[in-house]
Design a protein around this ligand. Structure first.
Ligand code: S3P
Length: 183
């Protein structure tokens, strides 16, 4: 990867399902005015169906291909500075991790297992958690993904106990340092 050819510009939020990426993404968008790309929403709009329906009709790999093509599309030299909020599994493919780092300052929103469980139990929109034992599935996915979030992220933020305003302020302060080294 050659990060120096196209300086990374956007703020990219990664993290597990229910870690608050969409909420913090909206707050950053409001604070900075940069366009917001919520990848799950874009994919749903383009496919004209929900993520659950994409998984059911076409399978997870088709959804993963959609994620990779959207990242490739976002990675163009004339792209504006954006806030990019990703789906929790986007870090699974190595090519995606390379693209995420090329796109910008990658912030990992980390939340403890109990918080994830509580938040994800509130809606049934996540096909990977359509199982008899969502807690076991979450634990397994978290264990498998943790090293990948660690690898891709420039910054890890513990979200527990902080509201989106506080998280946004923290992200903006550290992003400022990051971007000043990449001008
Ligand atoms: C997924 C997370 C979801 C969505 C899809 C798969 C995952 O996004 O992309 O259901 O693999 O963790 P959120 O992290 O926004 O829930």
């Amino acid at each position: 990867m050659n990060e120096s050819q196209t300086p990374p510009k956007s703020i990219v939020l990664v993290g597990f399902m229910g870690s608050g990426k969409s909420t913090v993404g909206r707050a950053l968008h409001q604070r900075l005015g940069y366009p917001l790309v919520d990848m799950d929403q874009w994919i749903e709009q383009r496919a004209r169906k929900s993520i659950a329906a994409i998984f059911a009709d076409e399978g997870e790999q088709a959804f993963r291909d959609m994620e990779t093509s959207l990242l490739e599309e976002l990675d163009e030299p004339t792209a504006p500075r954006r806030i990019i909020s990703t789906g929790g599994g986007v870090i699974g493919r190595e090519e995606n991790r390379v693209l995420l780092r090329r796109l910008g300052y990658v912030v990992w929103l980390h939340a403890p297992m109990e918080v994830i469980l509580e938040r994800t139990a509130k809606n049934r929109e996540r096909p990977l958690l359509h199982t008899d034992d969502p807690a076991a599935r979450i634990a397994a996915l978290m264990a498998a993904r943790k090293p990948l979030y660690e690898e891709v992220a420039h910054l890890r933020i513990e979200t527990a106990g902080l509201d989106s305003n506080e998280l946004t302020t923290g992200i903006l302060e550290s992003a400022r340092y990051f971007f000043s080294g990449h001008l």
